[in-house]
Design a protein around this ligand. Structure first.
Ligand SMILES: [Zn+2]
Length: 449
């Protein structure tokens, strides 16, 4: 094995959609790349697309950061294979159970966009391995070193750094197409077709909840904001407030800090922290969770943009967005990349499971602690359920007992749901019940009569 080229990525997506047509959907994005390549994504999830919460994972905004695409493809194949075989997944020292795979596939959606920037990846894999940008020639004036836009500086979040940031802020972006750092932001926000595709995905699904943009390198888990340090006390220090223009982006100052509601700041830290511990469990690497600004001030990045969308347009869902800077090189040797794929995959699956557990107004309370059932008779498990979405309760019975899985319809308010259990034995045992949508599991002792 080695890194996939752009055609292999595309054919892998098509092959998975063919092999598992009921589990995933191949999505051709609306815009072709600057050089005319088709760009596509794969949605994994059994629910109708509008119904489940969604995690979007994208790779290869930056052409030379090859492994992002391979992480997406490998993760998608792992999930589909494990689920359809009815097994769990194991990455080094981190395991995911069969039930956790069921939750991921039946309770939510994972949408992978392995290569945001196929032209750049192709150029990096065939001509110039350190190429970063896309291959837009429109602004290069015929100079080959000035081709392309830095796609992760092209998003519509404080894009116009000359206006939005302090003149002394060291923002990692540029208005010079020939900038040697390859960080040219492009002629206008969202100007690039490759970026418009990501924007289209972010706006398309009413329950898009989480977004991870894969980059390399640094072993970091970054979360908003990238514009300045975060604070939760002064809502007026906000990216949308023009009175704050010219003040953003300086470290350790009182002039400006970007507002984030305290609850969001907390959940960002918690989710980044649990991702880091899953990653560490694989082979011991320490990924540091931190705000993007702690790395350096940025403008026009995908993660800030995704998280800012619900504040700019209240009809859009709140998306908690992260950037993972995997590994310690742009293009590690393949055996090392395989280890990185494993650790990042573990972090991403953990984000889906943890995120799902925390989202939504679903509360399931098991009222039954233990059951005493006479041989030949029947007793009921009792749940108190509050849920605006449909749920399943799956029951695993010990030998000699019988109970049917139960579907629970969405409804306002709370209600009691009973599952009858029948006994044909005078031995005791342990009943296991789980809910694939929330991932909760319960154990009930059955006492011999
Ligand atoms: Zn990058």
């Amino acid at each position: 094995m080695a890194y996939l080229n752009v055609d292999e990525v595309e054919s892998a997506l098509i092959a998975m959609a063919r092999q598992w047509p009921t589990l995933c959907e191949h999505i051709v994005l609306p815009k072709r790349s600057c050089e005319g390549r088709s760009i596509s994504a794969l949605r994994i999830g059994k629910l109708p697309a509008e119904e489940g919460d969604m995690l979007l994972i994208s790779g290869c905004h930056h052409a030379r950061e090859w492994g992002g695409a391979d992480i997406c493809i490998s993760l998608a194949a792992d999930i589909l294979e494990a689920y359809s075989r009815g097994t769990g997944l194991k990455y080094g020292g981190k395991s995911f159970s069969k039930n956790e795979l069921i939750r991921l596939v039946e309770g939510m959606h994972i949408l992978v966009l392995p290569v945001v920037n196929p032209d750049g990846r192709h150029h990096s894999q065939t001509v110039d391995h350190l190429w970063r940008r896309n291959r837009n020639r429109s602004y290069a004036g015929g100079n080959p070193t000035c081709i392309g836009v830095d796609l992760n500086r092209n998003y519509d979040f404080l894009w116009d750094f000359r206006k939005h940031f302090h003149p002394k802020a060291d923002v990692g972006t540029s208005d010079n197409p020939c900038d040697p750092q390859q960080t040219w932001r492009g002629p206008s926000p969202l100007s690039e077709p490759e970026v418009q595709n990501v924007d289209w995905l972010l706006r398309r699904y009413p329950r898009m909840r989480w977004y991870v943009d894969l980059h390399s390198y640094g072993e970091l888990i970054l979360y908003p904001w990238g514009s300045d340090e975060s604070q939760s006390d002064q809502p007026k220090m906000d990216f949308q407030n023009p009175a704050m223009n010219g003040k953003r982006g300086l470290p350790d100052d009182a002039l400006y800090q970007e507002y984030i509601p305290a609850a969001d700041a907390r959940i960002y830290q918690q989710l980044a922290g649990t991702m880091a511990s899953s990653i560490k469990a694989v082979r011991g690497r320490n990924y540091t969770p931190q705000s993007s600004f702690d790395l350096y001030p940025t403008s026009g990045c995908a993660d800030d943009y995704a998280y800012s969308l619900h504040r700019v347009d209240g009809r859009l869902p709140k998306i908690l967005a992260f950037t993972i800077e995997w590994g310690r090189k742009f293009q590690p040797a393949w055996p090392e990349m395989e280890q990185i794929i494993a650790e990042v995959s573990a972090g991403l699956l953990n984000l889906g499971l943890e995120g799902m557990r925390r989202s939504g107004r679903v509360r399931i309370t098991l009222k039954t602690v233990s059951l005493r059932i006479e041989k030949g008779s029947q007793r009921s498990l009792e749940f108190l359920i509050e849920s605006m979405r449909p749920l399943d309760l799956r029951v695993d019975c010990p030998p000699g007992y019988e109970a049917a899985d139960r579907q629970v319809l969405a409804a306002a308010g709370s209600r009691t749901v009973r599952i009858p259990v029948e006994s044909r034995t005078d031995r005791g045992g342990k009943l296991l019940i789980h809910c694939p949508q929330t991932g909760e599991e319960w154990e009930v002792q059955i006492m011999p009569f």
